[in-house]
Design a protein around this ligand. Sequence first.
Ligand code: GDD
Ligand code: MN
Length: 395
Amino acid sequence: MNPLHPQPEGPYVVGAADSQPAALQLSVIVPTYRESSGIAEMLERLTGILQSLLPGQYEIIVVDDDSPDLTWQIAQELSSKIPELRVMRRETERGLSTAVLRGWQAARGNFLAVIDADLQHPPETMVDLFRMMQRGSDIAVATRHVEGGGVSDWSLFRRVISRGAQLIGLVMLPGVVGKVTDPMSGYFMVRRSAIANIEMRPLGYKILIEVLARGRCRWIGEVPYVFRERDQGQSKVTRKIYVDYVRHLFRLRLALLPLSRFFRFAVVGCSGVIVDMGLLYLLSDPSMLAWGLTRSKLIASETAIINNFVWNDLWTFGDVSMRHRTWQNRLRRFGKFQMICFVGLVLNAAILNFQFNVLGINRYVANAISIVLVTGWNYWLNLKISWRVADLPKP
Ligand code: GDD
Ligand code: MN
């Protein structure tokens, strides 16, 4: 089977089933880096299990990050004997979680699984995971922390580190990490529809936490397994993996903040005020260019609108705009944004005058109140019209 070429760099979105030709029941991703000594045995054992479980209805995709020990080559040679095996060699990207996502992007299965290549995850447990999915789970996780599960020979230090990481996760993301008994697990199977069309942005190793946080995983199943010691090669866990883990937790914490999109919209709004004020000073202040106030104000507020549009398109509504990335789409969004901002400006002046002239409220208090109200109005209209967030698949 010809080697797979990963999609060019860009957001990690797994397509829905309808966009996949010739669907299979199960795709298993095996992320590899420097696993030349054990990869052949692992793939043969895994193929044996899947061949008896799902003949003709499964595929295995090895995603290798250009291992210097030529792990990808060994797997490719094996693929001439194992038709269900495909190999993806990534030359510009690195990292376990993104390797898994790239594999899922190329996969054709309705169930998407991941298993390590070093036989620390016993391939036999794949059968239990599949059975759990057949019973209707959105995700089935292999766990070390229920009866029948465990670790074969871990030092106290490793147990403390693993549990410590879990604890940090529970403190920062209780609603996510608390969903399963082994959130650190790297062995699980998820239904394609539970993660389809959702932008994933993992860091480091913890792809399960990313899926639980951003996916639509309502029914979660767990099966026990014993995490075995490695016979071949070494763990690739470095200090950076731990730093990435904490950064990943922060990234998810921000992304899952209630009102996090409005919060982003407000931050962008503040940057617009700074641009507006700064330009008004540069253009109209007698000590600077001393241009006329109205002309300066028009240029300043228009530049602020452009600034806000760019940051909203990239950040606040980034998950929407990345689906419609043509210049026509962007210009159309800008036109709508511009209109809404213009209406907002008029509304702002009207609310300010009403408060000041009718209700007798102090001009600065009145101005602050109208800015907040109009920000809410602008946000709501842009949500509905410019970036049509309503069209996004429901979480
Ligand atoms: N493509 C790719 N790129 N694969 C990688 C990379 C990478 O940068 N780094 C590691 N891998 C592959 C390894 O080759 C192996 O197949 C798998 O990812 C796991 O790597 P290990 O380095 O063996 O991890 P571990 O054994 O310390 O931890 C594993 O088990 C834990 C318990 O389930 C991981 O799965 C952890 O995520 C998990 O918590
Ligand atoms: Mn391992």
